[in-house]
Design a protein around this ligand. Structure first.
Ligand code: PPY
Length: 348
């Protein structure tokens, strides 16, 4: 399992060491599952943006996630940091702020899914905040169709869930002929239908969410493909120190000049050094969406400006990766290393 904490490996983690110094290290007595299985009345209240008191109340390693207990991000946090305290947050920004303000040690961010593809908004968040990627986990998501006790499939007129979950269950939901409604997280959908005792609405969420919110499971494994893997990133205030004695991955973001072959040239810096790319994603450059160039004869031309997010299989501690990035810097108009971290080699 890929973890930047608790494994005692060679990747010295500056922020974990800080956390230990401040007494924030995870205790071993209570697991995240223990926390998640308490009844919903005693569940931790999600952090909101106004929770700036800095009241770090215990000694456990704290991992913020967006959503309510029973969300898949909570399970991903537990996979990455087995004895952590998973801290539910209303929004991703709250989770990121909580790390920046030392309220928690890590934030978890779902970034891509084998069925639904990239979670674009979360790519944008990586640049908006100044956190570092320190780990990744792949988690096999198994969706259930949930409803209040007594409600049958035929009663359902609408189904609520996270947009990725709805997309991953498209075939099942289309067969049911229900209206799909997007909400912030899967467990939030389960909580909503339970709290409002809805008789005509279901939720797509985990079996744990069914248990927590007292719902019935009408169907299990309703995702379009049984191999439904989501990749989550672990974010911290400080980068980890990369090593070369185990498989590492590095995530970067860059932008390029306009012109023929520029992306080809950028990707060649990796190909020339035999560095394998595992992901490329382009996003509009939000603070500078258009590039204006003057080609002389036709006057000013407007082009869309893009950011390219690339993951490659090498550690920033390797000369190969350093040379590739030095080469890329020669012609990239912007380049940032988002993190160099151990690859999750586990079965999802
Ligand atoms: O809403 C959740 O439970 C999440 O953690 C986000 C998500 C949604 C669907 C698949 C994977 C992660």
């Amino acid at each position: 399992m890929a973890s930047d904490h608790g494994g005692g490996g060679a990747a010295a983690d500056a922020s974990v060491n800080n956390a230990v110094g401040l007494g924030l290290r995870a205790s071993l007595e209570e697991t995240t599952a223990d926390v998640a299985c308490k009844d919903s009345q005693s569940l931790p209240r999600p952090l909101s943006i106004s929770d700036a008191s800095g009241s770090v109340n215990g000694s456990r390693f704290r991992v913020a996630y967006q959503g309510l207990p029973g969300a898949y991000s909570e399970a991903a946090a537990a996979k990455a940091y087995p004895n952590c305290e998973a801290v539910p947050c209303e929004q991703f920004d709250t989770a990121f702020d909580a790390v920046e303000r030392w309220l928690v040690d890590r934030a978890v961010l779902p970034i891509e899914n084998s069925l639904g593809g990239s979670i674009h908004r979360n790519y944008d968040l990586l640049l908006r905040h100044n956190l570092h990627i320190v780990g990744e986990v792949k988690y096999a998501v198994r969706h259930c169709l949930l409803a209040n006790p007594g409600v049958k499939k035929e009663d359902l007129k609408r189904v609520l869930s996270h947009p990725q979950a709805l997309a991953q269950c498209e075939t099942t939901l289309a067969k049911l002929g229900v209206v799909r409604e997007s909400v912030d997280d899967t467990a939030g959908a389960a909580n909503f239908i339970a709290a409002h005792k809805l008789q005509d609405a279901g939720a797509v969420a985990s079996s744990l969410a069914a248990e927590i919110y007292g719902l019935d499971i009408l169907a299990r494994d309703i995702q379009d493909d049984s191999d439904n893997i989501t990749r989550f990133l672990m974010l911290a205030r400080e980068p980890i120190i990369p090593v070369i004695d185990r498989p590492f991955k590095t995530s970067i973001v860059f932008s390029l000049e306009e012109g023929p072959g520029v992306l080809f040239k950028a990707l060649a810096v990796f190909a020339l050094r035999d560095i394998n790319l595992t992901k490329i994603e382009s996003r509009p450059r939000k603070n500078k969406p258009l590039r204006i160039t003057d080609d002389g004869s036709n006057g000013p031309l407007k082009y869309f400006d893009y950011l390219f997010y690339v993951d490659f299989e090498a550690s920033m501690a390797s000369h190969n990766a350093q040379n590739a990035l030095r080469h890329l810097k020669e012609f990239a108009t912007f380049l940032k290393v988002l993190g160099s971290y151990p690859r999750d080699m586990s079965e999802a």
